[in-house]
Design a protein around this ligand. Structure first.
Ligand code: 0L1
Ligand code: MG
Length: 252
C-alpha cells in the first residue's frame, strides 16, 4: 500500500483535504489501491466514470487526456433521495449521461460490438477532490479516483444510438444554472464506451456486463450547497434529482 493511497483514503474518511503530491507515484495503481481499501470495507464495484470529457475542461485544467475512475455501491444516492453530504469536503455537481454496459468490455473491439450499451439514463455526478482547494494535476486526480464521490441515476430506457445530441437542463433549487447538450460530451457521447474501453485496456481493467458508465459532464460543474435540491433533465431521457441534506465539511 502506497503512502499516497493511505493518505487519500484518510482524507476521504475524515473529510480533511491533503496537498496534492508532486511525483513518485503510479496514478492508476494508486487509484486501484484506494478502491481496494473501500472494497475491503465491504463496498462493491458498480462501474466506471470518465472525466475531462470536454476539450474546454481539459484546456482549463491544462491536461491532455481523459481519465477513468471507479464507482462503488456506497457512492450511489437513490433517485429523488435526501442525501447526507456532511462527509464531503467541497463537493460539486454536474449532469451526466449514464450508460448500462451490456457486454464484457476488455478492448476497443468489444466497445463497438452489438449490445455494448444496453440502456441509458439521465444522471448526476457529485465530485469532491480530496486535495486542498480542488487543485490537482492529471496524475494526482487519477490517483484520487478522478474526484469520484457520489452519483444519482434516473430512470433507465432502451439505448437508441440515434438519440445522442439531446438538450440538458441543470437546475438547483428549481432555477436553471446551466443548459447544454449531450453533444458536449466528447463531441458525441457515443464515443464514451470506446474511450472507457481504451483506458480500461491501458490500465488492466475489465468492464463487466451490468456495470454503469458515467459518460461525462454535459455542462460545467456547480458547487453543492447544503439544502440544495439538484435536478438534471435530459431531453427524451427524463430527469434525475436529489437533495443535499446537511452541511459539507467546509460548510459550503
Ligand atoms: O467527472 C469529471 O469530469 C471530473 C474529473 C476530475 C476533475 C475534477 O474534479 O473536476
Ligand atoms: Mg463527471
Amino acid at each position: 500500500m502506497s503512502d499516497l493511497a493511505a493518505a487519500l483514503d484518510e482524507a476521504f474518511r475524515t473529510a480533511t483535504p491533503i496537498p496534492q503530491p508532486e511525483y513518485g507515484f503510479d496514478p492508476y495503481e494508486t487509484q486501484r489501491e484506494l478502491i481496494d481499501l473501500r472494497l475491503a470495507r465491504g463496498e462493491r464495484l458498480t462501474g466506471v466514470k470518465l472525466g475531462f470529457t470536454s476539450e474546454g475542461k481539459r484546456r482549463q485544467m491544462g491536461v491532455h487526456d481523459l481519465i477513468l475512475g471507479r464507482l462503488t455501491d456506497a457512492m450511489c444516492i437513490g433517485e429523488g433521495a435526501s442525501a447526507d453530504v456532511s462527509g464531503f469536503i467541497h463537493p460539486r455537481v454536474e449532469p451526466e449521461v449514464v450508460y448500462l454496459v451490456g457486454r464484457r468490455i476488455e478492448s476497443m473491439a468489444d466497445a463497438f460490438a452489438p449490445g455494448a450499451v444496453a440502456a441509458v439514463a439521465p444522471g448526476i455526478e457529485l465530485i469532491d477532490s480530496r486535495y486542498q482547494d480542488f487543485r490537482f494535476s492529471l496524475d494526482s486526480v487519477i490517483a484520487d479516483n478522478t474526484s469520484a464521490a457520489a452519483y444519482v441515476i434516473g430512470p433507465w430506457r432502451a439505448y437508441d444510438p440515434a438519440e445522442w445530441n439531446l438538450g440538458v437542463l441543470f437546475e438547483i433549487d428549481g432555477r436553471p444554472v446551466q443548459v447544454g447538450s449531450t453533444g458536449a460530451i466528447l463531441g458525441d457521447p457515443r464515443r464514451a464506451i470506446a474511450e472507457a474501453a481504451r483506458l480500461a485496456q491501458a490500465t488492466g481493467q475489465v468492464i463487466e456486463p451490468g456495470a454503469i458508465l458515467l459518460a461525462g459532464a454535459a455542462t460545467p460543474a456547480e458547487p453543492l450547497r447544503p439544502g440544495a435540491h439538484v435536478r438534471v433533465e435530459i431531453q427524451r431521457l427524463g430527469s434525475a434529482s436529489f437533495t443535499a441534506a446537511a452541511s459539507t465539511a467546509e460548510g459550503t
